[in-house]
Design a protein around this ligand. Structure first.
Ligand SMILES: *Cc1c(COP(=O)(O)O)cnc(C)c1O
Length: 494
């Protein structure tokens, strides 16, 4: 059986992997899904001896079936190289009985690098394969980390322009500085007056605007996305769950076939969906612990079966998870209907019109291995501090949410299954909040003073990505209202 891609809303089918990557979002507003989830064709034991790059090939070849071996290996080797500060690419650190999968060793020190280091390579190969003559405009909404990682990946990549929208008051100081100091003739950034959902909804609207697409086409442009709605983001994220299991096996931490749990700090539901895909491919994963901050839409959903975004948007110290519309949940919903695009499209229409929908008992049953949980600010701070006091290991505020929810789950369920916690950002990306957790009070000092003190307290070297922005000039100053995004895009391309 040949694998192809189809929209979760049914109006596009038989799309190749490279076409799906080029398009980003399907024309009907749906997300591309593979026609089936492939099974790993090597045993976990065999996979456990492989490097990150080799593992990436074994996983990605099963999804990206119209890429040749040579093309795929070249993309992988260009992506996972010395841009990462460790040869392991995604090391596992054991602390306080859990395994932290450190996904922040790439150039922008958040887990978005795991996929965005390779997406530009996948995209340029896809453009060649499909004889694309237009310039590809990567349009992206960011809650803080995707924007920088996408710009770093696409900067000065021939045949592309990259445009990022971020919420003006919704990102950390380091995140903002990283974006506004980004070099590259083809990089564009705008701060929007609104929150992440406004940015994401605006971007999705632009994707659905046929008239606008025609205007762009006339000028020789076509749109694509670097958000996790792009299947080219999701597939590379499956790799590190396979790799992590292999490392646990190779290190003798688990026996062959032993099931593990994963705990993932969740926003747009991309990272945890990748863990689910890894499980369906054959990685022995038992529970998927979906951790939210105070924007606990997903927790409520897994409790009640009702997804309801009608609530206040809360700004937290884990801004990359401040999201009320988790786009990738649509892919799980679609799977839970038995890939019934019509049923899924109906629910998404309801979400769009009323802000909520309720799944059937059968669909809820399908998702029973997802455990929703959430942690507030005080609990998150306590977790970060406790872990540091006990082990000397420092985690960021997003990983803190996952560690908190994991602790709650373990206490309530008495489930002693070994657990991998996705560690999604370097503590330096959120220095103010992390130092506040460690010292018990908020510092009013300058951001870089805080960074230096965090280094003193934690003993962790300040990453290159942070040193770079200390003195870098600000190159981007555009701001816009949420309803002026189209005009802003045109302005950038003029
Ligand atoms: C993006 C991000 C998340 C959320 O990941 P999703 O795939 O959107 O669920 C969590 N932590 C950090 C640091 C992030 O950048």
């Amino acid at each position: 059986m040949e694998l192809s891609y189809q929209s979760t809303r049914g109006k596009e089918a038989n799309v190749t992997a490279s076409q799906a990557i080029l398009k980003g979002l399907a024309a009907d507003g749906g997300l591309f899904m593979p026609s089936f989830i492939p099974k790993l064709d090597k045993t976990m034991k065999e996979l456990s001896t492989l490097t990150y790059q080799e593992t990436a090939y074994e996983v990605m070849k099963l999804f990206l079936t119209d890429y040749t071996e040579e093309e795929l290996k070249s993309c992988i080797n260009c992506a996972y190289d010395s841009k990462f500060d460790t040869e392991e690419i995604a090391p596992l650190a054991k602390a306080d009985g859990a395994y932290y999968l450190e996904l922040y060793h790439g150039s922008t020190i958040a887990f978005k690098d795991m996929a965005l280091s390779i997406l530009p390579h996948l995209m340029t190969v896809a453009a060649k394969k499909n004889q694309v003559k237009n310039k590809i405009v990567i349009l992206t909404a960011t809650s803080g980390d995707t924007g920088k990682a996408a710009m770093a990946g696409f900067a000065d990549v021939e045949g592309t322009e990259i445009i990022v929208f971020y919420p003006k008051n919704g990102v950390s100081r380091v995140q903002e500085l990283q974006m506004v100091t980004q070099k590259g003739k083809n990089t564009h950034v705008a701060a929007i007056h609104g929150n992440f959902d406004d940015a994401q909804t605006g971007v999705k609207k632009i994707f659905g605007d046929k008239e606008f697409a025609a205007q762009l086409e006339e000028k020789g442009y076509q749109l694509s996305s670097a958000n996790s709605i792009n299947i080219g983001r999701l597939v590379p994220q499956v790799v590190y769950y396979v790799y992590a299991y292999g490392k646990l096996l190779a290190g003798g931490e688990i026996s062959d076939g032993e099931r593990i749990n994963v705990a993932v700090p969740t926003g747009n539901f991309g990272n945890i969906l990748a863990a689910y895909l890894a499980r369906q491919m054959g990685v022995p994963i038992k529970k998927l612990i979906c951790a939210s901050n105070e924007n606990k839409v997903l927790y409520d959903f897994f409790q009640s079966g009702t997804y309801d975004r009608n609530r206040d948007f809360i700004l937290t110290s884990s801004p990359s998870m401040d999201i009320l519309i988790s786009s990738n949940l649509e892919r799980l919903i679609y799977l839970s209907t038995g890939c019934n695009a019509e049923e899924n499209a109906g629910l998404m229409k309801e979400l769009n019109e009323t802000g909520s929908y309720t799944v059937t008992p059968a669909m809820k049953k399908f998702m029973e291995d997802f455990i929703g949980g959430y942690a507030g600010e005080a609990e998150n701070q306590r977790t970060i501090k406790d872990l540091f006091d006990r082990t000397g290991y420092v985690i960021d505020t997003h990983t803190g949410v996952a560690a908190s929810v994991y602790r709650q789950y373990k206490e309530q369920s008495k489930d002693e299954t070994k657990t991998v916690i996705a560690s999604t950002a370097s503590p330096y990306k959120f220095s103010g909040s992390v130092l506040e957790a460690l010292e018990g009070k908020k510092s009013e000092e300058d951001e870089f003073r805080i960074i230096d003190r965090l280094s003193d307290v934690s003993g962790i070297d300040i990453p290159q990505a942070v040193e770079e922005i200390r003195t870098a000039p600000v190159l981007h100053q555009t701001e816009c209202d949420g309803d002026r995004m189209k005009e802003t895009v045109m302005g950038f391309l003029a």
